[in-house]
Design a protein around this ligand. Structure first.
Ligand code: AOF
Ligand code: ZN
Length: 343
């Protein structure tokens, strides 16, 4: 038997809880849970607040107390069957007397998966796949990263209509308007790391922090500088506003492993054209966040340095995911199609 209308409605509420602005974008997924009594009344609800804190199911069980007995747990992710930073939710649900579990996305994390089967085995009624696409969209980068063992990599760039990221004299402030720049800060707040090459540090001396109204604000992504050149000791990227990792290497496998070791699920490449080209050439790019300013320069550096393509059939073709106007600029989100996934 599938989910009832009341359960599907509860799943929508669980998804909204999971997306709460307080739910951080750290190493863990965003998860929400709603508990319904046999009459369909909500007896508990909650969401996960980040690595090391109780899972959404446990928060909802605490909220419900004794009323969890005989209830249905509606949760956006398959309950975990493992002991990680916290104990297995399958066990917490069983101990609380929950008799039915409706979940959305199957857990892509090999360490925690198998919760659905484990609960069936102890006599709990289990339904999976309810609003699974909506749930997957909430944790796209996280699911990719835990399944593949490496972070999801998004390249962000801001260019003129003619594809330039700076003028002939080297000036580049500002190509896009204030709304697009604020939008970039919101994107930084969603990722675990912001990655640049030493060339960008030397040329632009960026802060790479999340700022609102000019002030450093909220949890900060790890700042990562990649390249063999030394980072000047006074560089802004080395200030105390956030943690910084300097990787004196050009080996991208080393970079990706260093990010994975720190449980970075989503990394944002912010420059420059040479670093982006290296990731493209290595086949490591997963998505592109592009800001187009309706401006023409006619000269100046291209957004992407040569990345190994020499003829039109070798172009890396992307799939457009979203196009939105941001202030006076245009934002394009695109994905790199993967042969195996598309098949
Ligand atoms: C969460 N929050 O609400 C649920 C999760 O070792 P831990 O405690 O950090 O466990 C993380 C894993 O647990 C996570 O990768 C996912 O597979 C599973 N479920 N995780 O952080 C939650 N339900
Ligand atoms: Zn859990």
């Amino acid at each position: 038997m599938g989910a009832s209308a009341a359960e599907t409605d509860a799943m929508r509420r669980a998804l909204a809880l999971a997306a709460d602005p307080v739910a951080p974008h750290g190493p863990n997924p965003r998860v929400g849970c709603v508990l319904l009594d046999p009459d369909g009344r909500t007896v508990g609800a909650g969401f996960h607040r980040g690595a090391g804190t109780p899972h959404a199911e446990v928060v909802a069980l605490d909220d419900a107390g004794e009323r969890a007995r005989g209830a249905t747990a509606v949760v956006t992710l398959e309950p975990c069957a493992h002991t990680g930073r916290t104990g297995p939710c399958t066990e917490a649900l069983r101990a609380a007397g929950v008799s039915r579990v409706v979940f959305a996305q199957s857990d892509p994390n090999p360490e925690a998966a198998g919760g659905g089967e484990a609960m069936r085995a102890v006599g709990i009624d289990v339904v999976g796949g309810v609003l699974a696409e909506e749930a997957a969209a909430l944790n796209e980068a996280w699911a990719f990263a835990v399944a593949r063992g490496r972070p999801f990599l998004t390249w962000k760039a801001a260019a003129t209509l003619d594809g330039r990221v700076g003028a002939a004299d080297g000036t580049s402030r500002w190509i896009t308007g204030p709304e697009a720049r604020a939008d970039v800060h919101a994107l930084r707040a969603e990722v675990g790391a912001v990655v640049v090459g030493t060339g960008t540090v030397l040329a632009d001396d960026p802060h790479l922090t999340v700022r609102r109204d000019g002030q450093v604000s909220g949890p900060q992504p790890l700042r990562v500088v990649v390249g063999e050149r030394a980072v000047p000791s006074g560089a802004r990227v080395l200030d105390a506003a956030a943690e910084t990792l300097v990787l004196r290497t050009r080996d991208l496998d080393e970079v990706v492993s260093a990010l994975a070791a720190r449980e970075v699920r989503h990394a944002l490449l912010e420059g420059g054209p040479t670093l982006a080209a290296a990731f493209v050439a290595a086949g490591l790019l997963d998505a592109v966040r592009w800001y187009v300013a309706p401006a023409l320069l006619g000269a100046g550096p291209a957004a992407l340095a040569p990345a190994g393509m020499s003829t039109i059939s070798e172009a890396l073709r992307l799939r457009v995911h979203d196009v939105t106007r941001v202030g006076t600029d245009i934002r394009i989100d695109a994905r790199v199609p993967r042969a195996a996934e598309e098949a």
